[in-house]
Design a protein around this ligand. Sequence first.
Ligand code: ADP
Ligand code: MG
Length: 151
Amino acid sequence: MSASRAPLPTGSHRTTGPAETEALAARVAAALAPGDVVLLAGDLGAGKTTFVRGAARALGVSSAVTSPTFTIGQRYDGDLPVSHLDLYRLGDLADEDPALLADYLGPDRVAFIEWPQTAIPLLEELGMTVAARVRLEHAGGDAREITVEAA
Ligand code: ADP
Ligand code: MG
């Protein structure tokens, strides 16, 4: 991350394979500041985790970025701390302990959240703001339609 941030690449983008999705994600990452959250929407297999991998790489994360499977998230050391959450299996957070998320979210880090609905109401009190919403859709074969919106 540099002192002068790039503008968010808003709008609709078509990628033809995982590498292009990762490259787009790197452009999104370049626009992020500490405390920013990127919300990811899209069906299973649409490429949400692939997108996070590209973004994390661009943020200086060198370890492997994979789907959190037995936990709600992963934390990585990059140029700044990076979190990746997948809340697909998490029920209604109102019935869970919101402190679960506190391990992964905070004003000093950047976070990417797949299936974020239950976390959205808690972001502000954890010192984070939604910087971008990304929607990934299958567009035939390895093509994906990826829409980036500033929040
Ligand atoms: P999700 O997290 O949305 O379930 P993943 O990123 O885990 O999706 O999986 C996406 C799968 O689709 C991966 O196997 C990836 O290699 C493949 N893929 C093929 N084309 C693309 C593309 N254009 N963008 C992202 N992933 C793609
Ligand atoms: Mg995933």
